[in-house]
Design a protein around this ligand. Structure first.
Ligand SMILES: [Zn+2]
Length: 216
């Protein structure tokens, strides 16, 4: 059974949905760097204090600090049954550091699940997204239509389109994504860890394929 996973894929490919489905089916721990920072800052650990002072001063958290936090997080007991890394690594130095950490703690990365998705399909998904201003519930003008147009089914709040959820912004984000992740994909391809899944179909379909692959 494969259990130590990195999730990769462009915005709109369905990474978040896939992560939720995997977490419901397996005893994996979800590791997102955002949550990790918030938790370390709240706990007041040395690394948390350092990260907080950098963020408060408007600096980016340097790789060394992020990597030290990832090492501490992946070493914990709840990662013994597997983990899903989401949003890390983002850069080649981070990927190299992660490889070293994973080896040191004997929890090697076993697969990089890469969601491939047709650009037009990503545009269709993202430009059709609407969000409830009151409760944050997600909608879509074609695939998840509210009962009353522009009104949240759950709380009656007004639906709106996020500023970034338009074709122009998405094309810019996708350009950055492709540019930033290419070296990472090459790095993992050389190590034979990449497994591509076509995410242009439905979410169910990807989940079944990933599920079958992990159980091999
Ligand atoms: Zn709502």
């Amino acid at each position: 059974m494969i259990k130590n996973i990195i999730l990769m894929g462009p915005p709109g490919a369905g990474k978040g949905t896939l992560a939720k489905q995997l977490l419901a089916a397996y005893p994996f721990t979800h590791i997102s760097t955002g949550d990790m920072f918030r938790e370390a800052i709240k706990a007041g650990s040395e690394l948390g204090k350092l990260a907080k002072s950098l963020i408060d001063d408007g600096h980016l958290v340097p790789d060394e600090v992020t990597i030290a936090l990832v090492k501490e997080r992946l070493s914990r007991d709840d990662c013994a049954n597997g983990f899903i890394l989401d949003g890390f690594p983002r850069t080649l130095p981070q990927a190299k550091a992660l490889e070293k950490i994973a080896e040191e703690i004997s929890r090697p990365i076993e697969i990089v699940v890469n969601l491939d998705c047709d650009t037009n399909e990503l545009i269709r998904r993202i430009s059709g997204r609407r969000v409830c201003r009151s409760c944050g519930a997600p909608y879509h003008i074609e695939t998840k239509i509210p009962q009353i147009e522009g009104v949240c089914d759950i709380c009656g709040g007004p639906l709106y389109q996020r500023k970034d959820d338009n074709e122009e912004s998405l094309k810019v984000r996708l350009g950055h994504y492709v540019h930033d992740t290419k070296p990472l994909l090459d790095f993992y391809r050389e190590r034979n860890l990449i497994k591509n899944f076509d995410a242009s179909g439905g979410y169910e379909q990807i989940f079944d394929q990933v599920f079958a692959y992990l159980n091999k």
